[in-house]
Each structure stands twice: as structure tokens, then as C-alpha cells.
Design a protein around this ligand. Structure first.
Ligand SMILES: [Mn+2]
Length: 398
């Protein structure tokens, strides 16, 4: 069997917990359908006990969206587990995801439980979930600030009670790649052991900008499920960005040596849909899906990319569904790129007009940054007619 990493998408659960996002059931079904086209392995559709709307959304996704496993989140409480099951029971492959914190801070201040109570509660509720379905995941919340011995003990108890995925959350984004990798390796060695049916999973947050790096360190340490969200949305600074992990595993397959079953050509469409529906813009320089991820403005880079794309690109933008590389005309651009944009606009000019237009473009770019195709057209027309039309900038061509 191929050694592959499962992609667990939590855009509709942890992602939706980002401040200010509230998706209605229709929006959640639309995003889940696109996630199915993207080919993620598991969709965490929501947290059914949290609201009637979320219950309805998870129920509809379980009924209407085919392909991925459909997971629902539950605290380690009977009423949560029952409600989760009620929502997902019509899915072809339903999963209940039970979580209970294991850090001293959470046990003392939030749960008011000691270690023994945590273990008993996990066993009881993982067992309850397992009575409904064979596909049960357990997460020791705040694992990275927990005693590693205790994390291992609770995960062993969860597996004994029937969990087949143990997920190690860096709930507060505290871990570094090396300490997270060390913790994952311990769980792989001591909890998974030789069991083929148990998968160790990673769930990281980006408080220190390390979510993707931590997730990849976990894969190197033997994790075979990565949790995250499209565009990296989620609580506070967000979750692991699914598109970044997927493309890192693909582009650097030589380094990671594991497969991933995602149709990468659907990445851009998915990213746009999530941004539109949540109202969260994508930063210009966001890896993989930002509008500048495959854009080149400086003359040296443009010249290289126009001759041979791989001089300055490690990925083909087509591979993530983004279309062609973008040549942005600006103050750093050179003649090769300017000629290229004239060609694309269908403008043919002689050497003298070209040189004057190029010089004029540089002047305009000094003021406005990016020079758009419409402005380029106007510049050439102005040069040809000898009349200044742009921007009140004084220059004349005789
Ligand atoms: Mn989380």
C-alpha cells in the first residue's frame, strides 16, 4: 500500500471559529462540495452540539456530499457524542472526533479534572462513539503543553477504547518543529506501534507562523494525517494552511517521500470560494494562492521567466489551477517584459515608439506602482499622437 498522508480539512469547523465568520448551511454545503472536488480525505463539517444551524449544516453535508469521510466534533460528553452521531449517521463514511484536554492548565482551570478522571472520561466517550461507528478520532487538546507521558497514556487509553486516529493538537501554536516532531515520534512509537489501523495526526496553529513547518516536521516523524484549513483560516492566527502542506508534499516529494491524494488543480478555486464565503481576503503574498504567488515585476526575473518559467518558479501555476504566471509591469520591469505585454495586447510599434513608450511607462510607474494593460495602451497611444493624456505628469514627445 502506498505510504500516504491523509488530508483532514477543518475549514468548516476550526476555520469557521475564526473571529467574525458564520457560515449558513447553504454556504457550508457549497464549500464542502468544493472540498470533495479538491479530493481531501476527511471533511470536518462542524461541531453539531454548538448550534442548531451547525447541526443542520453537518446533517446536510453528511447526506449530500459524496467522497470524503465526514467528521463531526464532540466534547467528551455523552450528549455531544450522541448529537454528533445524529448529524453524520447518513454519511457513507462517518467519523466522530472526540476531544478532551490533557494539559495541567486546562485540567485545573477549565475541566476541574485530575489525570485519572481524564483517562476515564476519554475511555467512556471514545467507547460510546465507537458503539456508533468504527471510525473514531481522539484529540488530547493542548497536547503540546501537556506532560508527554500523560499524552501517551491518554492516547493509549483512547486506542484501547476504539479510537483509530489519535490527533496531537498544538492548540495554542506553541510548539517548534523540533519539539513537535519529537512528541509525534513518541506517539507513533508508543501508541501506534505496529498497528496498521491506527493513524497519528497533526493539528497545528499559526501563532508563531510555524503551523506548516510543524505539520511537516510531524509528517517526517511518522504522522499520516494532517489537519488544517483552506487559506489557513482558524482561531487567532489560524490553522495549518492545507494548500501549503499539499504543495510542499508534492513539490518536495523528494524530501518527504509520501503521497497525497488531492487534485491540486482545484486548489485556487477552493481558496477563492472560501475567501468569498467567509469574507476573509487572501493576503497578496500568500504562498500558493496569493495574487502575487506567481507574479513577477522585476526586470531580471521577468526576463528569466519569459525565456524559461522554471528560472524563477518552483511550481507551475497551472498545477494549482491559477492559470499562467503573471508579468506585472512596474518601475522594476525591463524591456523584455514590456515587449511581452505589448505583444499580449496586440500592439505592434517601431523601435522609436517602443523606446519612448518604455521611458514613459517608467515615469508613470514611479507614481502608480503597477501599470495596468489599459494604461499601457494609453501610453502607446499618447506617444504615437504626441499628446500627454495621463495623470497630469508633465513630459512631452515631439
Ligand atoms: Mn484548533
Amino acid at each position: 500500500m502506498e505510504d500516504r498522508v491523509r488530508i483532514f480539512d477543518s475549514t468548516l469547523r476550526d476555520g469557521e471559529q475564526a473571529p467574525g465568520i458564520a457560515l449558513d448551511p447553504d454556504q457550508k454545503v457549497a464549500i464542502a462540495s468544493q472540498l470533495a472536488r479538491l479530493g481531501v480525505d476527511i471533511i470536518e463539517a462542524g461541531f453539531p452540539i454548538s448550534s442548531p444551524g451547525d447541526f443542520r449544516a453537518v446533517t446536510r453535508i453528511a447526506q449530500e456530499v459524496q467522497g470524503p469521510t465526514i467528521a463531526a466534533l464532540a466534547r467528551a460528553q455523552a450528549k455531544d457524542v450522541d448529537r454528533a452521531w445524529e448529524a453524520i449517521r447518513h454519511a457513507a463514511d462517518p467519523r466522530i472526533h472526540v476531544f478532551l484536554a490533557t494539559s495541567a492548565i486546562h485540567m485545573q482551570h477549565k475541566l476541574r479534572m485530575d489525570e485519572e478522571e481524564v483517562i476515564t472520561t476519554v475511555k467512556t466517550n471514545v467507547g460510546r462513539a465507537r458503539d456508533y461507528t468504527e471510525n473514531v478520532e481522539y484529540s488530547p487538546e493542548d497536547a503540546t503543553r501537556s506532560d508527554p507521558d500523560f499524552v501517551v497514556a491518554v492516547c493509549l487509553a483512547a486506542v484501547e477504547a476504539g479510537a483509530t486516529t489519535v490527533n496531537i493538537p498544538d492548540t495554542v501554536g506553541y510548539a517548534t518543529p523540533s519539539d513537535y516532531g519529537t512528541l509525534i515520534k513518541r506517539v507513533v512509537d508508543e501508541v501506534k506501534g505496529n498497528r496498521d489501523d491506527v493513524v497519528v495526526s497533526t493539528h497545528c496553529h499559526n501563532d508563531l507562523g510555524l503551523a506548516v513547518a510543524n505539520s511537516l516536521a510531524a509528517v517526517e516523524a511518522g504522522a499520516r494525517q494532517v489537519e488544517g484549513a483552506i487559506n489557513g483560516i482558524g482561531e487567532r492566527a489560524g490553522n495549518t494552511s492545507i494548500e501549503e502542506v499539499v504543495m510542499a508534499l508534492r513539490v518536495r516529494a523528494d524530501a518527504y517521500g509520501v503521497g497525497v491524494g488531492v487534485t491540486t488543480e482545484e486548489i485556487y478555486e477552493t481558496s477563492k470560494l472560501v475567501s468569498e464565503q467567509t469574507g476573509y481576503p487572501i493576503q497578496f503574498n500568500k504562498a500558493i494562492v496569493g495574487r502575487n504567488a506567481f507574479a513577477h515585476e522585476s526586470g531580471i526575473h521577468q526576463h528569466g521567466v519569459l525565456r524559461e518559467r522554471t528560472t524563477y518558479e518552483i511550481m507551475d501555476p497551472m498545477a494549482v489551477g491559477m492559470g499562467n504566471s503573471v508579468i506585472v509591469i512596474g518601475k522594476h520591469s525591463g524591456r523584455a517584459a514590456f515587449k511581452h505585454s505589448l505583444d499580449q495586447l496586440g500592439i505592434e510599434v517601431g523601435d522609436a515608439v517602443f523606446e519612448r513608450s518604455f521611458a514613459r511607462m517608467k515615469e508613470v510607474a514611479d507614481h502608480s506602482g503597477e501599470v495596468t494593460p489599459d494604461e499601457i495602451r494609453a501610453i502607446v497611444e499618447e506617444v504615437i499622437s504626441g499628446i500627454e493624456v495621463l495623470d497630469g505628469v508633465t513630459a512631452s514627445f515631439q
